[in-house]
Design a protein around this ligand. Structure first.
Ligand SMILES: [Cu+2]
Length: 130
C-alpha cells in the first residue's frame, strides 16, 4: 500500500514539475517587441504658405521624435510616406505627430493637402543618423 502511495506521489511530483517547467519555458518565448527608444526629442514646426520651418530635422537612430505643428496660415497636411505617418493640419491649430526613428536614412516629408501655388514647395527632410 505504501509503495502505491509513493509511486502516485512520484508521478504527481513529476507531473507538477513538468507543468512548472513548461510554464517557465513559455515565459522565455519571444514576445512581440514593443518599439523602444533611447531618447526623445521635440521640434516645433511653423506651418505657413508655403513652408515648414524648420524643414530639415536631424535625429539619431532610436529617437522618439515629437513634431509639434503650429499652423499659422492655410490648411495643410504633413506626410512621411516611408514611415507611414501623416497628420492633417488645419489653419490655426496645433497638432502633434510622434514616431520612433528606428531606421537610419533620409525621409522626405511633404504637404499632402493641395494648398495653392506653392504647395509643391512644402517639403523637407528628416535625417535619421545611424
Ligand atoms: Cu499643400
Amino acid at each position: 500500500m505504501n509503495k502505491l502511495y509513493l509511486a502516485l506521489g512520484i508521478v504527481a511530483v513529476v507531473f507538477l514539475s513538468s507543468l512548472f517547467f513548461l510554464q517557465g519555458n513559455n515565459v522565455e518565448t519571444p514576445q512581440k517587441t514593443q518599439p523602444t527608444f533611447s531618447q526623445e526629442k521635440s521640434f516645433n514646426l511653423d506651418v505657413k504658405l508655403w513652408s515648414f520651418t524648420p524643414n530639415v530635422i536631424k535625429v539619431k537612430k532610436g529617437t522618439k521624435v515629437n513634431l509639434n505643428f503650429n499652423v499659422i496660415q492655410g490648411n495643410h497636411g504633413f506626410m512621411i510616406p516611408e514611415l507611414g505617418e501623416s497628420v492633417y493640419l488645419p489653419q490655426g491649430e496645433k497638432q502633434q505627430l510622434s514616431f520612433i526613428a528606428d531606421k537610419p536614412g533620409m525621409y522626405t516629408f511633404y504637404c499632402n493637402v493641395p494648398c495653392g501655388r506653392g504647395h509643391s514647395n512644402m517639403r523637407g527632410q528628416i535625417i535619421v543618423e545611424a
